[in-house]
Design a protein around this ligand. Structure first.
Ligand code: ADP
Length: 476
């Protein structure tokens, strides 16, 4: 595939050298992607400024219609979008299809939400004045997103931004630009979206800096690592841009003594191994009450034994690790845990695939006897390693669960309503799953606290990120 940029309503070549894109399963080159030079970024910003002005003359209902058309187009193009994603990112095709539908569900939601943006009329303290509150789009926005969910991460931002009336510039990750290019082939068919949305790929630092330093871009929404998020937030301060950050996580999953163990195992498997563990809401520390530990582990081992790793285009449950650095980190975390007293219950040895030049596969791995002195219990893993920790009482486990700079997602399994409520109220996380390993859905607020960032995506909350308040005192 030869991927292009999308600027000013058309696909375009970039002024910088194109870069190669690889299939992480076998490291074969699947194509090249055009890269933006400084001039391309500046042109896109000029266009975004004009597009924002033009959007001001549109109604919310016209934008809703465009989003509804986009939703239909995404569902029609589900297979090609999903295959493209699997080839460049590695995830199993069934998960890629799930991601296309998930992304499309945000487009549908914001098609409906566009018409619900409302202002207020306030009581006046003077008979001859009227106090009006407007909610207006913030302006042109920049969206920077990672490789683990190549489509959903930016669509979850683009849909509410456009619904609110903002023009949009998307910068996807360099490992996975083609899902975005395929998506822009759909945008290219829909006049209002075509005029308002642009795609830039290439050197993240160059593009990121130009977008962030420009006063005309009024909002940055970033999903990625906490380290980069902190830098971008600091840079955004110079132009006082609005910023939303969806950053790293280190999710605890607590299995209380009264948990339904079948549900707990199912949720553990989904939350840990979806996307091969390469998700910011992946469970990272599985705390199991000592009384039910043996039963839980027996069931867990049986479920893990059934997980097949391999090429995402085959019928597998987990695909490859995105690159060598990520793969190397897994080996380091396992070695560190084993050296400090953990025991290996499953997996533990990654390998290179045989076809092409050989990507990296890491099998579903379970470590027992893990404690908080081990890297796996404190650093983001981003891979299929499941660390088991044991606890004795509720207060202790909540305290241990909170002992991390991150605060994105947490999970707990219990059949007791009081205990569930206690967990929800005391876990310092933006999202809590009770008896479920799944959190993301279009109508709910996705996002974190502490070093996991701020801002929310989804539902009525997600569109607020792209709106600002104007107050008018009208003398009559
Ligand atoms: P990950 O670990 O998921 O790759 P990163 O935070 O490194 O997370 O990257 C997330 C997104 O941020 C990607 O699109 C990447 O290209 C972009 N990015 C990385 N570094 C910078 C930077 N200094 N400025 C702007 N964007 C960046």
């Amino acid at each position: 595939m030869q991927g292009q940029l999308y600027i000013d309503g058309q696909f375009a070549k970039g002024g910088a050298a194109p870069f190669a894109v690889y299939n992480p399963y076998n490291l074969s080159q699947i194509g090249t992607q055009q890269a933006a030079a400084e001039d391309d970024v500046k042109r896109a910003i000029n266009v975004a400024e004009q597009a924002f002005k033009a959007l001001k003359t549109t109604t919310a209902f016209a934008r809703a219609d465009a989003l509804e058309t986009l939703y239909q187009a995404m569902i029609q193009a589900e297979s090609i979008l999903a295959e493209t994603m699997t080839i460049e990112q590695g995830k199993p095709l069934k998960e890629a299809i799930g991601e296309v539908r998930y992304a499309a569900s945000y487009v549908k939601w914001y098609a409906q939400e566009a018409g619900r943006v409302q202002g207020d009329i306030l009581a006046s303290n003077h008979p001859k004045s009227r106090l009006h509150v407007y909610r207006e789009p913030v302006g042109p926005v920049a969206l920077i997103t990672p490789w683990n969910f190549p489509l959903a991460m930016f669509v979850r931002k683009l849909a509410p931004a456009f619904a609110a009336g903002c023009s949009v510039i998307v910068k996807p990750a360099s490992q996975t630009p083609f899902s975005a290019v395929k998506f822009f082939e759909l945008i290219n068919q829909i006049p209002l979206l075509k005029a308002s949305c642009q795609l830039l790929s290439g050197d993240a630092k160059v593009i990121g800096e130009l977008l962030i330093d420009d006063m005309r871009i009024r909002k940055l929404s970033f999903t990625g690592s906490s380290a980069v998020g902190v830098k971008l937030a600091a840079k955004s301060a110079a132009t006082l841009k609005r910023v939303s950050l969806e950053l790293g996580g280190h999710a605890p999953l607590i299995v209380f003594a009264d948990a339904n163990l079948d549900k707990a195992v199912k949720g553990t498997i989904i939350s840990k191994f979806r996307n091969c563990g390469q998700a910011c809401i992946a469970s990272n520390r599985i705390y199991v009450h000592h009384k039910i530990k043996a039963d839980f582990v027996a069931k867990l081992k049986a479920a893990v034994a059934a997980i097949k790793a391999g090429n995402g285009l085959d019928n597998v449950d987990i695909g490859p690790i995105i690159d060598e650095a990520a793969y190397g980190k897994l080996a380091l975390q396992v070695d560190d845990a084993l050296a400090k007293g953990a025991s290996l219950l499953a997996g533990g040895q990654g390998y290179r695939t045989l076809s092409g030049s050989g990507g990296y596969i890491y099998p579903a791995t379970v470590l027992d006897d893990v404690d908080e002195n081990m890297q796996v219990a404190t650093e983001e893993t981003f891979g299929p390693i499941l660390p088991l920790l044991t606890f004795n009482d509720d207060d202790e486990v909540i305290k241990r669960a909170n002992a991390t700079p991150y605060g994105l997602a947490a999970y707990a399994y219990t059949e007791n309503l009081s205990r569930a409520t206690y967990a929800i109220e005391n876990l310092e996380y933006g999202m809590v799953g009770i008896n479920t390993g799944v959190l993301g859905t279009a109508q709910a607020p996705f996002g974190g606290v502490k070093m996991s960032g701020y801002g929310r995506e989804g539902g009525k909350y997600g569109i607020d990120e792209y709106l600002q308040i104007k107050y008018a005192n009208i003398g009559i």
